[in-house]
Design a protein around this ligand. Structure first.
Ligand code: ZN
Length: 488
């Protein structure tokens, strides 16, 4: 495979050339959502980031097996080893089966992902469907001597592991310090050290989601599912593991330790993490009142939003920043993205209508190579977008008849725009879906023809009424010498 793709590896802390373990196949695992609530921007960013990588690897010619899991068991409320299971709690509050809660939010998550034009992964395994694999994994870690049973729960022995390996190597945390400060436990805990994490938890009598295991009736720890499902579907060594930066510690750090302890190897070649989205500089959180779900974005139904924002605007907004930089959300920033996207899509539509001339009067070549270079530089989508905007200027000059383009150059320009806008960035025109409805188009044309007749009859009241009311509905109407043009 001839290419020059470099990606930033969180583990080595530098950009590395992407060389897969197996020739033309790539295995990629991304941590998916815990399905106990509606998707929000924090779900959209990793989904879109790794969608770009998925699309680009396929464009380079790789056969990609993309695994994105659904966490439906074992993710406890406080992200440590205590508290209620997030899904079980929701089920209890709403008097539903836990699997009803899971199905409901999985369906909604899929709907939101489809609206964001995120391609479905190759495999979407549920943690609850892989309990056997997780029990086997716990046993392997116990057999290797890195886990202990305490009153029916099994914990990973971080101190022992760290004597031989480096716990903290992904997140850069110093475990010696952590061990030092946590040496004296009050003796109440089942764990030897507070840094130890659960591989298996004994279920309390009221706990609904439980399975039989050699240690107790219980459930797996949250970190374990990704070790078990990653290796089940991608093998003991695979290419890429991704997720949000918030998962780096403890989730991914624990996954590395589990795989090293249970399988005797570092399973992942490239660790990739997208940065977080903040709202007015603050972390998103339910308690901060700045938690906006994707549905609320699409409907505009939230105090922090001035208007609804389409899924494509949200996607474009996320792609306008490099995935490793933070993005600060504001309504104003999204409004700017909305304008930018519509300018880009209008230019793209204008490009389709251009007719070629005998020759090209200005420089149009080089766009493809520049955009590919930006993609190869750790998926630099904001740079790709800026090149596309530069080229829009040229498109508009040609469309306005001020410059000319040869048929070969025109074909190349059309090809590059299609490749980057549609196939790699996954952008679509928001209006497309609406305007493709023929009956609706005809109805608007009918109204505007009636307005034209009214004007010819000097019935200004009717003519103005039609124009004003359509404008109020968001239509832009332009009078031309042949009649009219309109758009939303
Ligand atoms: Zn995970």
């Amino acid at each position: 495979m001839e290419h020059n793709l470099y990606i930033y590896n969180t583990l080595s802390r530098k950009k590395e050339q992407f060389i897969p373990l197996h020739n033309n196949r790539v295995g990629m695992y991304v941590c998916g959502p815990t399905v106990y609530g509606d998707g929000h921007l924090g779900h959209a960013r990793p989904a879109i980031t790794f969608d770009i990588l998925f699309r680009y690897l396929m464009h380079l010619g790789y056969k990609v097996r993309y695994v994105r899991n659904i966490t439906d068991v074992g993710h406890l409320e406080n992200d440590a080893d205590s508290g209620e299971d997030k899904i079980a709690k929701k089920a209890r509050l709403e008097q539903l089966e836990p699997m009803e809660v899971v199905q409901y939010y999985v369906n909604r998550y899929h709907k939101a992902m489809e609206a964001l034009n995120v391609l479905p992964p190759s495999i979407e395994p549920h943690a609850s469907g892989h309990i056997m694999e997780q029990i086997d994994f716990v046993q392997k870690i116990i057999d290797a001597g890195f886990a202990y049973d305490s009153e029916g729960s099994v914990y990973f022995d971080v101190e022992k592991y760290n004597q031989k390996h480096n716990y903290g190597k992904l997140s850069g945390r110093n475990v010696e310090d952590m061990l030092e400060t946590t040496r004296d436990l009050d003796g109440q805990s089942e764990k030897r050290r507070s840094v130890d994490f659960a591989l298996w938890k004994k279920a309390s009598p009221e706990h609904i989601m439980r399975w039989k295991a050699p240690w107790s009736d219980g459930f797996p720890g949250w970190h374990l599912e990704c070790s078990a499902m990653g290796t089940k579907y991608l093998g003991e060594e695979f290419d890429i593991h991704g997720g949000g930066m918030d998962l780096m510690f403890p989730h991914h750090e624990c996954e590395i330790a589990q795989n090293q302890a249970g399988l005797g190897k570092d399973s992942v070649k490239y660790w990739m993490h997208n940065n977080m989205i903040t709202i007015a500089g603050q972390k998103m959180g339910k308690s901060l009142g700045n938690f906006i779900t994707l549905d609320e974005f699409f409907t505009g139904n939230h105090a922090l939003l001035t208007q609804p924002f389409s899924p494509m605007t949200v996607r474009f907004f996320i792609l306008q920043a490099h995935y490793r930089s933070t993005v600060d959300f504001s309504s104003a920033a999204l409004e700017a993205s909305e304008k930018g996207l519509s300018r880009l899509m209008e230019g793209y539509a204008r490009l389709q209508k251009i007719t070629a001339s005998a020759s090209t009067s200005l420089e149009t070549v080089g766009l493809r190579a520049k955009c590919l270079d930006a993609m190869n530089d750790d998926l630099n989508t904001p740079i790709v977008i800026s090149y596309l905007f530069d080229s829009l200027r040229i498109v508009n000059l040609i469309a306005d008849g001020k410059e000319t383009i040869s048929s070969t150059d025109l074909e190349e320009l059309k090809f590059v725009f299609k490749l980057f806008i549609e196939e790699l960035l996954g952008l679509k025109s928001d209006n497309e879906a609406n305007v493709s409805n023929e009956a609706y188009k005809k109805a608007v044309d009918l109204l505007l023809n009636m307005r034209l007749e009214a004007k010819q009859n000097k019935d200004w009241a009717t003519s103005d009424k039609i124009r004003n009311e359509l404008t109020a509905l968001g239509f832009e109407i332009k009078d031309t010498k042949d009649g009219f043009e309109w758009r939303i």
